[in-house]
Structures are given as structure tokens and as C-alpha cells.
Design a protein around this ligand. Structure first.
Ligand SMILES: C[S@@+](CC[C@H](N)C(=O)[O-])C[C@H]1O[C@@H](n2cnc3c(N)ncnc32)[C@H](O)[C@@H]1O
Length: 297
């Protein structure tokens, strides 16, 4: 695989469900805060036919290149930014949107390109940055953070039961340069492991820390709510329980039957992939979709 993947390499997850909850109609303005390779955006924009009122955000340079190519000739705005600063900027410009989508986490090209350092199964540099211009990498974390800091990251973001033992081994065996070395090292703490690679939790934890995934999500949720036009709908797809918990908590806090609720929850329980989608797109297996609408006052 190269950096120039065709856009069809990333299959949008829960596409039917996203269209169902967002229910795009002609003239709706759309904000996609994780536009990636444009799979969801293309289908939403086909229905709204209002690209000039729509904005696509991603912080990954390769995704922006693909989006620019895919939507060439359309009037949609494409911005390379993290979704928090993009949302804050749009709010300061006084913008509001009828539809907002956040399809969190990494894309298939992130996972399929060894040089990005996200994959356990391929050897690559310990990078894991979604935004290639960012300074902090996984290599910096594993080679410089104190044992206690590492253990906290592994425990908090990876829910790794053996966080202390892994952190100790990481510190003892420095320096680390490749994903395969790190995966092998973690494997030593979990001999005779099963189907799921024992380093999965460690990789998830490092990825979350490198990209400040939970911090950005938590701070973005209220800004996305502000950006919703009255009656507008917000859909969020998460891929692990830590993210889903933040979304659920936020919806519960701002939704429900209270007199001052700002949101109507559209998904009592999160929607997940059908059996057919789970087979055709394994990345969809852990996806959970929650959606809410902004109450008109
Ligand atoms: C799961 S993919 C989205 C795929 C997209 N829905 C599609 O159909 O092609 C997630 C994308 O969000 C981007 N991303 C993740 N966190 C971000 C953040 N905090 N700010 C901006 N983009 C982010 C990633 O770079 C990645 O391209």
C-alpha cells in the first residue's frame, strides 16, 4: 500500500444507519468533523445538494488530499484542522449546521499503512500520529515517559490489566523504534495469548495518548452542540467503550425529559453493524452510533 490509496479503500461504517438518523434532505447544511475519505460525506451531500453550505474537516494530510480530489469541482469547504479548533473557529464565525457527523478514530489507510505506525501486524516506525505535522509520537512516549506515566496511559486508555508489568518492561528495554518490537515485548507479558494480539490494548492506549483522542472529544462535544441549528441532528460513531461512554454521558447530561434539556436522544441504545456489514467490513464490528437532535426553542 502507498500513501496514495484510492478513496474506496476506506469503507464508511454504518452508512445506512447514519443516513437514517441524520435524515438529510435537500438544502441541509452539513458539517463532517472526521471526513476521512469522504464515504459518508458523498452520500449525505448527494441528498442535501448543498455543498456550498457544508464543511469537511480532517487532520490527516492524506485524507485531505483524497477529499480534495474526490470533491473537486464541488463548492464544499475542506479544512485540514483538528475537530476541536475547527469547531471553535466555525462557532466564532457564527456558523450553524443542520447535520453534523463525527466518525471517530482512525481510517483503514491508517491501519493498513505500516509507515503510519498504527498496525500491530506490520512492522513500522512507532509513529501513530493522525496529524503528521504534530510533534508528539508514540516513539517519544515509549522512550521518554516515566514508568508510572506509561502505566497510567496503558491502564486508563487501554484498560490493560498488566499495565505496570508492561510499563516496566518498556522502560527496561529502551530504546524502542518499531511497532513489531513493541508488539513482541508486550507479548512476553501475555504468553500463550489467544486470537486477539495481546498488544492490542497497549497500541490503543498509545494511539489515544498520541492523538489526545478522548480529551479532544470531550472538549468538542459542547462545541458541536452549539454548532447545531435548532432541530439539527448530530451523529457520532465511536469504536471503543471509552469514547462511547463520553458520548453517552454527554447525551444523558443534555438530553432527556428535563425542562431545560437541549437535546432529544434519537438512539435509545447505540446502533451497531448488521451481521452482513460486520462480515464485509470487520472495522465496523466495534462501531457504535449515537445520535441526538437539538430541541427547537
Ligand atoms: C473513521 S475515519 C472517517 C472516515 C469517513 N467517515 C469516511 O467515510 O471516509 C476517521 C477520520 O477522522 C480523522 N480524525 C480523527 N480524529 C480527528 C480530530 N480530532 N480532528 C480531525 N480529524 C480527526 C482521522 O484522521 C480519520 O481520517
Amino acid at each position: 500500500m502507498t500513501n496514495q490509496e484510492p478513496h474506496n479503500v476506506h469503507l464508511p461504517v454504518l452508512l445506512e444507519e447514519v443516513l437514517q438518523v441524520l435524515a438529510p434532505t435537500k438544502g441541509d447544511s452539513y458539517l463532517d468533523v472526521t471526513a476521512g475519505y469522504g464515504g459518508h460525506a458523498a452520500e449525505v451531500l448527494k441528498r442535501t445538494q448543498a455543498p456550498e453550505q457544508s464543511v469537511l474537516i480532517d487532520r490527516d494530510e492524506n485524507a485531505i488530499t483524497e477529499l480534495t480530489e474526490r470533491f473537486a469541482g464541488s463548492n464544499v469547504t475542506i479544512r485540514r484542522q483538528d475537530f476541536l479548533s475547527a469547531a471553535e473557529q466555525l462557532r466564532s464565525e457564527g456558523r450553524q449546521f443542520d447535520l453534523i457527523l463525527a466518525d471517530l478514530g482512525v481510517s483503514s489507510p491508517h491501519l493498513n499503512q505500516a509507515e503510519r505506525g498504527f498496525a500491530i501486524s506490520m512492522s513500522g516506525p512507532l509513529d501513530m500520529r493522525m496529524d503528521q505535522s504534530q510533534d508528539l509520537t508514540a516513539e517519544h512516549i515509549v522512550n521518554t515517559y516515566k514508568k508510572e506515566q506509561l502505566a497510567e496511559i496503558l491502564s486508563k486508555y487501554g484498560e490493560e490489566p498488566k499495565a505496570n508489568a508492561i510499563a516496566k518492561l518498556i522502560v527496561q528495554n529502551r530504546p524502542h523504534t518499531t511497532t513489531s518490537e513493541l508488539a513482541e515485548l508486550v507479548g512476553r507479558v501475555w504468553p500463550g495469548h489467544s486470537r486477539v494480539h495481546p498488544a492490542t490494548r497497549t497500541f490503543q492506549a498509545l494511539r489515544i495518548a498520541v492523538n489526545d483522542e478522548l480529551g479532544l472529544l470531550q472538549r468538542s462535544l459542547p462545541v458541536w452542540m452549539d454548532l447545531l441549528a435548532p432541530g439539527g441532528r448530530l451523529a457520532i460513531i465511536s469504536f471503543h467503550s471509552l469514547e462511547d461512554r463520553l458520548v453517552k454521558q454527554f447525551f444523558t447530561e443534555h438530553g432527556g425529559d428535563r425542562y431545560d434539556a437541549a437535546l432529544t436522544i434519537l438512539t435509545k441504545r447505540p446502533l451497531s453493524a448488521s451481521a452482513t456489514e460486520a462480515v464485509s467490513n470487520p472495522r465496523a464490528r466495534s462501531a457504535k452510533l449515537r445520535a441526538a437532535a437539538k430541541i427547537k426553542r
